[in-house]
Design a protein around this ligand. Structure first.
Ligand SMILES: Cc1cc2nc3c(=O)[nH]c(=O)nc-3n(C[C@H](O)[C@H](O)[C@H](O)COP(=O)(O)OP(=O)(O)OC[C@H]3O[C@@H](n4cnc5c(N)ncnc54)[C@H](O)[C@@H]3O)c2cc1C
Length: 354
């Protein structure tokens, strides 16, 4: 924490199992915050504030302590969304002490399509204008893109009583997908997002389709940024497929001079490779899926394992790709007790949805 928190809020949650909930929270937030845990208490510390969650007789007593009202509101939403996600189908009661409400989601930014261009045959870049791009320049790369139904005036989300996001429904329902801010152009007030085109016969791909059909003047919104901070280390391994290529390109572009990077990037073929300018030193190994024997999966995984095995304990391992491969990479890192603070491993898409 680099500022003195001064906005506070309490809540109570009654889940089926407080222990299970604390386990889930600690496991998830370890990639976003410094996490301390004893049998009854979890404390999460990050730039956004401090969250204390104590298990007491079947109830979770939640205390939030944040530097701004916006951060407090965002922390409440974050905790509420995750508690309900971890509860799944099980009942969960969540209540908060009253909070001075902001008129809209503080991290919702309306954007307008400026232009769209094919960077490679399967990567479409959409450039958006945004009234204030500065929140996106701070290093957190990930956003939720919200696209209203074609031809309708957008209705943006608000808050539910329990702190979760109240999404518009029915005819106003939004398309929501997670993407990476590839570039922030502060002078022009523009943001670039690169969308992989991954057409699949008989299956719709609404996020990719939005980019393919984007027209100048079309309105959308971003929720965020949140998560996916730029790794800070002298030596970094970057592992990913096309969906992670925008993030890898941004990391390469923003690391300080002298940073040593090795990247293993899987793309369809040579035409999908992109230049990755950097002030650091970057060695890239491109893997071409079209050359794999019988187009078998998991070559990226085997290459990732070899790269991790040959790296030292100080190396930051950054990986983003398909869910099963991410699980396998996490297991390798856990097996070698790689320092959690030197890991970012996230799944960007799920093969089993095919
Ligand atoms: C933190 C984060 C950052 C991300 N950043 C980016 C980014 O900058 N650019 C980007 O293009 N993607 C990015 N992704 C991945 C993107 O959110 C998913 O690929 C998303 O599923 C695309 O939505 P869709 O509507 O096109 O397809 P969906 O409707 O979600 O899926 C349709 C079908 O396509 C398959 N599919 C989805 N993604 C892929 C893929 N990558 N390769 C092959 N098949 C796929 C699914 O299995 C499903 O069968 C990111 C994901 C996360 C979590």
């Amino acid at each position: 924490m680099n500022s003195i928190p001064s906005f506070k809020l309490s809540g109570t949650a009654i889940p089926v199992s407080t222990d299970h909930m604390l386990d889930e929270i600690c496991e998830h937030f370890v990639e976003h915050a410094d996490v301390e845990r004893n049998s009854h208490l979890a404390v999460l510390r990050s730039k956004a504030g401090i969250v204390r969650i104590r298990a007491d007789n079947g109830t979770l007593l939640i205390e939030l302590d944040c530097p701004t009202l916006e951060a407090l509101q965002a922390a409440r939403t974050d905790i509420a969304e995750h508690l309900f996600y971890f509860a799944g189908e099980e009942p969960l009661e969540l209540n908060w002490t009253p909070l001075q409400s902001l008129p809209a989601l503080p991290n919702l930014h309306e954007i307008t399509v400026v232009s769209a261009v094919d960077v490679t045959p399967h990567m479409r870049r959409v450039i958006f204008s945004c009234a204030d791009v500065t929140p996106f320049a701070g290093g957190e790369m990930h956003v939720r893109l919200l696209v209203p139904p074609k031809g309708r005036l957008p209705v943006w989300p608000g808050f539910r009583e329990d702190g979760r996001i109240a999404w518009p429904e029915g005819d106003d329902a939004l398309l929501v997908r997670v993407y990476t801010i590839r570039t922030v152009d502060i002078e022009r007030g523009e943001i670039w997002i690169d969308f992989l085109q991954h057409p699949m016969p008989g299956i719709s791909t609404p996020g990719a389709d939005f980019a393919r059909n984007a027209r100048t003047g079309e309105r959308a919104a971003l929720l965020g940024p949140g998560g996916g901070g730029l790794p800070s280390a002298q030596s970094i391994i970057l592992i990913g497929d096309e969906s992670a290529l925008p993030a890898i390109a941004r990391i390469a572009a923003e690391v300080p001079a002298g940073t040593q990077m090795r990247a293993i990037i899987e793309v369809e073929d040579k035409a999908e490779e992109q230049p990755l300018p950097t002030n650091g030193e970057l060695k890239v190994r491109w893997l071409h899926r079209c050359d794999y024997p019988d187009r078998q999966d998991r070559i990226l995984l085997s290459q990732a394992k070899a790269a991790i095995a040959s790296s030292d304990a100080e190396t930051f391992v950054w990986a983003a790709c398909e869910k099963d491969d991410v699980r396998a990479i996490r297991a390798v890192l856990k097996g070698r007790r790689h320092d959690n603070k030197k890991i970012y491993v996230a799944w960007y898409w799920e093969r089993s949805l095919k």
